[in-house]
Design a binder for this molecule. Structure first.
Ligand code: NAD
Ligand code: DAU
Length: 349
């Protein structure tokens, strides 16, 4: 493979993956296709924007004609598909845009790649990046999501991701189209849009704003450092078996309220506040509708088959992440003010 299309590369996980691929594989041309929605931000990729093996293209995965032209222009051999609407709370308010982007957008990419690669799928690959939320919710009983766990999505977001996974698998079963899928747990790290728990709360603690804890804060999430997700994608893309699903996670479950108290401790320490003083900002609010109780990924298959393990202990990852957001206040302020969106809209209109 030579010409690799990464969709959603200006988003949180996508930007980490683009950086890894551009730096690690000078022999590849990396084409980053992104619509630059509110979640896409080219400032996430400033360090690689002039690399000779990198191109940015602004466009919508749902635009079937445009995607066909893109495949022809860049002679795409491989796709790593991350573009999506990704925030559960937004999906509860606006399910249509989730079905449109996550289902129809994925189908538009699949169908284009299939038509473009028709005749020989040799050396071609469509890698679909998905989520553990498709498996539904676990009880607090020590069980894990396996690759064989039955899909049971509850939010419009997870329903749309589950649907896209089904289409990817249907293309494999029906056409012998070369696919791989991974389902990852909650990511954290730099460049995450501050609507998600960790960057939102770091920013609010810094600004002495209330920390809206949904329900009683007892829901459990399984957190993975974003660069470890990117390294797993790289490994699966190159070494994983076609037609297979791989779960990605670091066996790192945290009850929300415990994680929030850890973040408070770390942010207070960095800001020179008395330890734990920001706990007064904790505000219990109405629970998220359909809030999944617990996610926990079993990534033994990925470990045993491909030798992947996460590189970082969680406490170290959280310290790194808190430091990054506090040292990159300009990025945070730009993103929360919407300035970056206006700038790039102007540039790419
Ligand atoms: P994100 O919201 O930060 O980024 C999504 C990117 O997709 C943005 O750059 C956005 O502009 C782009 N995009 C949206 N609609 C588009 C369209 N129609 N055409 C082209 N580009 C479009 O998301 P993220 O958190 O980086 O997640 C990336 C992928 O990984 C998603 O598919 C998500 O489901 C999956 N995932 C995320 C997590 C997580 O914890 N964040 C965990 C597991 C899997
Ligand atoms: O599990 C993988 C998924 O993780 C990804 O597929 C999604 O794209 C990603 O957004 C994430 O989904 P969650 O809903 O788990 O993440 P979020 O950061 O929105 O919330 C994490 C937990 O914190 C969840 O139990 C809800 C809670 N929460 C969240 C916010 C934003 C709060 O209590 N208060 C908040 O303000």
């Amino acid at each position: 493979m030579k010409n690799i299309l990464i969709t959603g590369g200006a988003g949180f996980i996508g930007s980490h993956l683009v950086r890894l691929m551009v730096n690690k594989y000078p022999q590849y041309n990396i084409i980053n296709l992104d619509k630059l929605t509110y979640a896409g931000n080219l400032a996430n990729l400033k360090d690689v924007q002039y690399s000779p093996n990198y191109r940015f293209v602004k466009g919508d995965i749902c635009d079937f004609i445009f995607i066909q032209k893109l495949f022809a222009e860049y002679n795409i051999d491989g796709v790593i598909h991350l573009a999506a609407e990704s925030h559960v709370d937004r999906s509860i308010k606006d399910p249509f845009s989730f079905a449109q982007t996550n289902v129809m957008g994925t189908l538009s990419l699949l169908q284009t790649a299939r038509l473009f690669w028709e005749g020989s799928f040799e050396g071609k690959l469509f890698y679909h990046v998905s989520t553990d939320e498709v498996y539904g919710s676990l009880k607090d009983d020590g069980t894990f999501f396996l690759e064989t766990t039955k899909y049971d999505p509850h939010s419009p977001y997870s329903a749309s991701k589950a649907s896209s996974d089904h289409f990817v698998r249907a293309f494999y079963d029906t056409y012998g189209f070369p696919v791989k899928i991974s389902n990852c747990s909650n990511n954290y790290g730099s460049y995450q849009f501050p609507e998600k728990l960790i960057p939102l709360f770091i920013n609010n603690i810094r600004n002495n704003k209330p920390l809206p804890v949904y329900g009683k804060g007892e829901n459990v999430r399984d957190w993975l450092y974003v660069e470890d997700h990117a390294s797993a994608i790289d490994l699966i893309f190159h070494k994983g078996r076609k037609g297979e699903t791989y779960n990605i996670g670091g066996f790192n479950e945290w009850k929300n309220i415990d994680l929030i108290k850890l973040m408070i401790k770390v942010v207070d320490k960095f800001l020179g506040r008395p330890e734990g003083s920001s706990e007064s900002l904790i505000t219990y609010v109405t629970d998220r509708a359909g809030h999944d109780l617990r996610y926990a990924i079993d990534s033994t298959k990925l470990h045993n088959e491909l030798g992947w393990s996460p590189s970082l202990q969680f406490e170290e990852g959280i310290e790194r992440t808190v430091r990054w957001y506090l040292e990159n206040q300009e990025w945070l302020d730009n993103v929360t003010s919407g300035d970056y969106q206006r700038y790039y809209d102007e540039m790419y209109k």
